[in-house]
Design a protein around this ligand. Structure first.
Ligand SMILES: C[S@@+](CC[C@H](N)C(=O)[O-])C[C@H]1O[C@@H](n2cnc3c(N)ncnc32)[C@H](O)[C@@H]1O
Length: 286
């Protein structure tokens, strides 16, 4: 399902390096982004019907936001395991878990993880599944990890043109750095944008009662300049290094002015920038 010439080994090495370099940013998300991310956790917990005592797996858990929200619901009679391929993300998640005995974080590639079949009541994933190098195989494996009536609840970004919070800045940076455009459906932030395709993929992996609903995250920032600062804050160090190499300065004024300009059409009457962004809320039953 990936493009011809796709090299999974090279891809994984790149992903590890990228996400390790992003762990500081994801440990302390800009407040405007964190507010939207919290709304998604609320939706995921609601969709999954999570309750006290259940066993949860958080796939691509990053620094542990969703896993730690789930841990509060399941309490110490339940358990939460978070997995992520980036060891720096896991180190940050462990610090935040503060030795809660029912929460465990492991460095593991979801595409290659060995966990006991039938051992989770709920699988959660916020902005994680679309980075898989082999989604059909991953979804089949996740299904096997669930108990008989287990539920998966996950969220991915919607179509680029409906998700300006991430894509406005990303598009400017990609153009400035002349980065290649990934083919549709390739692993990455925009790898699972099409609801129909998502339904087909989960159903094809054997899941039942698959639903995909759009949820608009009401992102808002105070000004176009603040939007440019947000994009800069969220850009992983690797991206900043590329800007440095190309323009002699990661703070290259022309680049960041272009990012601010991209936000101008979204300025509301009160001067704030309104960037409601589309996400796909996915629910699937084993
Ligand atoms: C956009 S971040 C989201 C992190 C977290 N779920 C959150 O919402 O805060 C994507 C995460 O996916 C992880 N990731 C990417 N590919 C993965 C894989 N194959 N297995 C496990 N984790 C993966 C990255 O390391 C990164 O932490």
């Amino acid at each position: 399902m990936t493009a011809p010439g796709f090299d999974p080994v090279k891809f994984k090495a790149g992903q590890r390096a990228l996400w390790n370099s992003a762990s500081e940013v994801w440990s302390d998300l800009p407040p405007e982004f964190a507010a939207g991310a919290r709304l998604l956790d609320r939706e995921l917990l609601r969709l999954s019907g999570l309750r006290r005592g259940q066993r949860v797996l958080d796939v691509a858990c990053g620094t542990g936001d969703t896993a730690l929200s789930a841990a509060q619901v399941v309490g110490d009679s339940g358990s939460v395991t978070g997995i992520d391929l980036a060891s720096d993300m896991i180190a940050a998640a462990r610090k935040r878990a503060d030795d809660q005995p029912h929460v465990e974080f492991r460095v593991a590639d979801a595409d290659d993880v060995e966990l006991a079949p039938g051992s989770y009541d709920v699988i959660l994933s916020r902005w994680g599944l679309m980075f898989s190098a082999d989604r059909p195989a991953l979804f089949r494996r996740l299904r096997e990890l669930l108990t008989d009536d287990g539920v998966l609840a996950a969220v991915t970004w919607g179509p680029d043109h409906r998700s300006p919070m991430m894509t406005l800045g990303g598009t400017v940076l990609a153009a400035r750095l002349e980065l290649p455009t990934p083919p549709p459906g390739a692993p990455g932030p925009s790898g699972m944008v099409d609801p129909e395709k998502i339904r087909t993929e989960f159903t094809g992996a054997g899941f039942s009662a698959v639903t995909v609903a759009e949820f608009m995250v009401p992102f808002s920032v105070s000004s176009p300049q603040r939007y440019a600062a947000f994009v800069r804050d969220m850009s992983p160090p690797m991206m900043q290094q590329m800007l440095q190499q190309r323009f002699g300065d990661a703070g290259d004024p022309a680049t960041w002015q272009l990012v601010a300009a991209a936000a101008e059409p979204y300025v509301a009457a009160d001067g704030t920038v309104q960037l409601p962004s589309s996400t796909n809320l996915i629910r699937a039953v084993r």
